[in-house]
Design a protein. Structure first.
Length: 575
């Protein structure tokens, strides 16, 4: 049966796109969880530099304590090497949001949590700090009527931040039933009352001019102008549980503003989480489990005090990387008490070796051996942080200067920046012990600086995947070719589709071969692996064989002395 495009004669132009390629991918995105002073909880936020980190999660100077400082500086350390870091704040049940009520404490983690709790919170609270922590107790919210002829507005200390004239364009009805000058509009200001956020007490953080007390109020573009909705949609610092003002459509609603007509609400009762435990970190890292919704390349483990907790968290992360995601690696340092404050290097070596042997064997896990002493500019002090964030950063930087399949170790790409000193410097024999256990030493070599001096994964058996560059090579090509394979979904499994797929993948692998990532490859996608049974089951199979390039870990230099009359060709093969 023939198919024709029309009943009458005509010319039909068709296009066939056979220009498919393997798409470009990124491979330098980190993910870290921390006990930060401010910011959304259990909600990954992508930050590109330290300024964005401060803006979203607050600096360590908001509330000075060791837990938040270590986690913040770890995140900031990774950002020295890469401009892609997902940051997720973790809390426990000891954290509370500041409110303007002396009633029972409340924990609102994020937008989803707010939407669940907001109805109950409106019973006896007007304003709630956007996020949990002591920083919220620095906030004050002031509301004043927007009438230019109102004496309370004229006497308002914040009058200079707003127009004196009513904004008739933003709200259509004056609703002046109670008097010729009465209106239902108000100005709102959020203030840094104690100076925690800005360093200057009384600084106005944000303003919302000419919002309405009427629930049905609209702006000229049709969006809501109701005070509660405006604050909840736009404020970076507070939620509005209820207006604190009556929701009537008459000017008598200003009676709720008090006398004079200014509402001033100081928030208090905010509490930051005490020290997080393994379960708190695991809950936050769960946000990174879905490979389809968030892309990461490095899961950066925290440095927990005890060996047991560190093993628990790291093994959980390794499961996420190797089983749930299969597209990233975990980077970890040892538990804190095994290294920091321990003066005997032999004891440290034993602590790390014992701890490392408790970890699950996995090529998706990368372990270093150290903690870094870094400068904290926010308090003019020095802080010791786990090296894991910097180690992950070195790998991310390697992607930028070379490629994922290059080893991140050594003098060319393995240098640590912004570090004052190491918690300890392992000797050659101690490095040998740790390397055998799958732990990569960080060393301070005279004249060369602080270097990552190993490129092993934590795979416990001999394999090409026991090296970082091989593991990351496969993660890179798997991610890229997986994206390319989307083009064959729902097509026919025939010779044409299979040839098209091979023609897409082979140029990509040739490029990697040309860039020294692999020594050879072969793509098999034909009737040998797409049998009738495979086709009948609506499947498509492509086998990609790769010979990965190997990094040099051991160098042998043979210096041979020969007699004057000897021809070199005679002795070259003897050594």
């Amino acid at each position: 049966m023939a198919f024709i495009p029309s009943e009458s004669p005509g010319i039909v132009v068709k296009e066939f796109d056979l220009s498919g390629v393997v798409p470009a991918i990124t491979t330098s995105t980190g993910a870290i969880v921390g006990n930060f002073n401010w910011g959304p909880v259990e909600t990954p936020v992508l930050v590109g530099n330290e300024a964005e980190l401060v803006s979203n999660f607050g600096s360590p100077s908001l509330v000075i304590d060791s837990a938040s400082t270590v986690d913040f500086l770890s995140a900031a350390m990774f950002l020295k090497y890469s401009s892609n870091l997902y940051v997720c704040r973790a809390v426990n049940t000891g954290a509370f949001n500041a409110t303007d009520s002396a009633s029972s404490s409340v924990l609102v983690k994020n937008l989803d949590d707010w939407n669940t709790q907001k109805t109950g919170l409106a019973t006896n609270r007007t304003f709630v700090a956007k996020y949990p922590g002591e920083a919220g107790s620095a906030l004050k919210v002031e509301v004043c009527g927007a009438n230019a002829n109102d004496s309370a507005f004229d006497g308002w200390a914040l009058k200079s931040y707003f127009d004196a004239a009513p904004d008739t364009s933003s709200y259509v009805s004056a609703r002046n039933a109670a008097g010729a000058n009465a209106r239902d509009e108000a100005h709102v200001a959020v203030i840094d009352e104690t100076g925690i956020f800005t360093g200057a007490p009384g600084t106005v953080l944000e303003t919302f001019p000419f919002v309405s007390l009427a629930t049905d109020a609209k702006t000229s573009d049709g969006s809501t102008n109701y005070i509660r909705d405006v604050i909840n949609n736009r404020s970076a610092y507070v939620w509005c549980a209820k207006s604190g003002l009556t929701d009537t459509n008459t000017a008598t609603s200003f009676a709720a503003l008090g006398s004079p007509a200014v509402v001033s609400k100081s928030l208090n009762g905010g509490v930051k989480s005490p020290l997080l435990d393994a379960g708190d970190y695991e809950t936050a890292f769960d946000q990174f489990e879905d490979v389809d919704t968030i892309q990461v390349d490095f899961l950066i483990a925290p440095g927990l005090p005890s060996s047991t907790d560190q093993v628990t968290v790291v093994n959980n992360l390794a499961t996420i990387a190797s089983t749930l995601r299969k597209d990233c690696v975990v980077v970890t340092s040892p538990y804190r008490q095994g290294v920091v404050g321990v003066t005997n290097p032999t004891t440290i070596t034993t602590n790390i070796q014992t701890w490392a042997n408790s970890l699950n064997s996995s090529s998706y896990l990368i372990v270093d051996n150290n903690y870094l002493k870094v400068y904290n500019k926010y308090s003019d002090t020095y802080v010791t942080i786990p090296a894991a964030a910097a180690t992950a950063g070195i790998m991310a930087a390697t992607d930028n200067v070379a490629a994922p399949w290059y080893s991140p170790a050594g003098t060319r790409r393995g240098q640590y920046f912004g570090v004052t000193s190491l918690a300890w410097n392992a000797s050659k024999s101690q490095r040998d012990t740790l390397y055998k256990a799958g732990v990569n030493p960080i060393v301070n070599l005279p004249g060369q600086g602080l270097l990552l001096y190993g490129d092993k994964t934590k795979l416990g058996r001999p394999s090409a995947f026991d090296r970082i560059n091989v593991r990351r090579l496969f993660l890179a090509i798997e991610r890229a070719i997986k994206a390319a394979a989307q083009t064959v979904m729902f097509e026919f499994n025939d010779e044409f589709t299979r040839a098209e797929f091979v023609n897409i993948v082979e140029p990509f692998l040739r490029e990697i071969k040309g860039r020294r990532g692999i020594t050879d490859f072969r793509v098999v996608c034909d009737e040998t692996n797409n049998t009738g049974n495979v086709i009948d089951n609506n499947q498509f199979v492509a086998s990609i064989f790769v010979k990965p390039a190997r990094s040099i870990n051991y160098v042998t230099l043979n210096f041979v002395a020969v007699r004057t009359g000897v021809d070199f060709e005679e002795v070259v093969g003897l050594v």
